[in-house]
Design a binder for this molecule. Structure first.
Ligand code: HMG
Length: 384
């Protein structure tokens, strides 16, 4: 076995998009605050028949078309936008895609950090059995109250990732640094569809977790900062990655270029916050836009409010460019339907109670849709 890591990756987003300039106009804010101050241009908005399951199923289906399902015995679904308190969102995906019954399916949660828990668990499964492959799906919808400070940092997207031995894209190295602290910086109560956030505290908690996990990474045999060629950060908005990068440089007492961050921003500027999928959307963007990654070491800072941070590294495979698929996400981003502020506000405020049978309108062009609620249970179907 020559290493374990990310063999294939696929990024998916929604049917609709809101231009942040349109939001700025309604909120009476200078559009430069969103574009430059936060580093965001647009945000993906789920249509009435889209949710974390439909996005995750689409991402997984596209990936499995290339890889097949042989050897996959685990599907780990990471989300903080769960559609049910008990049943894993991954179970709906398992059904929609007709995956084999000899499979472990479960959901993982710890705010935006959950995707990394799933990835690290997958690495552990494969360390025990190098023949095993794990399908990891991260899918989230970032939603804050209308008019609140977090509103321009909403977004939606999903990542599907195949984790295996001898990966084609990125080998994840074993050294890792952890930091956890019980902080009320951001959370979503069980009876709320929107997150509660203390913006200033959330920025501080993020940076504390960055330096804390960096210390632990070094204490556990991690590479010196000079040996890391590219830096990826959880990106609730792309400016946050810049803040993290500056903080890490100051903390490590070194100078770090910010130019190399740019290729990792291209998709997230357009998607908004995708919570658990965010750092892996940034990885996808880096793989698609930085042509000189072969053999380079990437530093990953994964963060989830509440709060946990993890620092780890991965090395990009020499022939990774033969295994990246740029076309689907770029076509999807360009084809999104731009909605008005009023359409966005209506979608935002629509909450379907599980106690009533309802059919959703047919909107999405994705292969799977959320068809509505029947007998209290969510109904999903293929669109074709
Ligand atoms: P705010 O109060 O609206 O904005 O909240 P601000 O006044 O701090 O301004 C933001 C930036 O825009 C500043 O830049 C301003 O100077 C600049 P900075 O000083 O920070 O570099 N600015 C302008 N720039 C150009 N032209 C202008 C202009 N005006 C101002 N005219 C805040 C910002 C991020 C707090 C808010 O959007 C928020 O609450 N977001 C949600 C929370 C969040 O994303 N926190 C990030 C860390 S926590 C995290 O990442 C976890 C999370 O993903 C959840 C999870 O783990 O599940 C959120």
């Amino acid at each position: 076995m020559t290493g374990i890591g990310i063999h294939d990756i696929e990024l998916v987003t929604t049917h609709d998009v809101l231009d942040l300039a349109a939001l700025a106009e309604v909120r009476g804010v200078d559009p430069a605050k969103y574009e430059i101050g936060l580093g965001q241009t647009r945000m993906s908005v789920p249509a009435a028949d889209e949710d974390v399951v439909t996005m995750g199923a689409t991402a997984a289906a596209r990936l499995l078309e290339r890889t097949g399902t042989e050897g996959i015995r685990s599907l780990l679904f990471a989300t903080e936008t769960g559609v049910d308190q008990s049943k894993s969102g991954g179970m709906f995906i398992h059904g929609l895609l007709g995956l084999p019954s000899a499979m472990r399916v479960a959901e993982v949660k710890q705010a935006c950090y959950a995707g990394t828990v799933a990835l690290q668990s997958a690495l552990g499964v494969i360390a025990r059995n190098p023949e095993a492959k794990v399908l990891v799906v991260m899918s989230d919808i970032a939603k804050y109250e209308l008019g609140g400070s977090g509103e321009p940092t909403q977004g939606a997207g999903a990542i599907a990732m195949l984790v295996s031995a001898n990966p084609a894209l990125v080998e994840i190295e074993p050294e890792t640094g952890m930091f956890s602290a019980d902080v009320d910086d951001f959370w979503r109560p069980n009876d709320s569809t929107t997150a509660v956030v203390d913006g200033a505290l959330s920025l501080k908690a993020y940076l504390d977790a960055l330096t804390g996990s960096w210390d632990d990474y070094l204490a556990n045999g991690g590479h010196a900062i000079e040996e890391i060629d590219r830096f990826l950060y959880h990106q609730p908005f792309t400016k946050m990655a810049r803040k993290g990068h500056r903080e890490l440089a100051k903390y490590a007492g070194t100078a770090l270029s910010e130019d190399t961050l740019e290729p990792s921003f291209i998709y997230n500027r357009e998607l908004g916050n995708t919570y658990g999928a965010s750092i892996y959307s940034a990885l996808t963007s880096l793989l698609h836009h930085d042509e000189e990654l072969a053999g380079k070491r990437i530093g990953f800072f994964s963060y989830g409010s509440g709060s946990t941070g993890e620092y780890f590294t991965g090395v990009v495979r020499a022939d990774y460019r033969e295994h990246i698929y740029v076309e689907p996400i770029q076509t999807e981003l360009a084809a999104r339907n731009t909605i008005t502020f009023e359409e966005y506000a209506e979608l935002h405020e629509t909450v379907l109670p599980s106690s009533e049978d309802v059919e959703t309108p047919r909107v999405t062009k994705a292969p799977y849709r959320f068809a509505g609620i029947r007998g209290g249970a969510r109904q999903y179907e293929a669109t074709a």
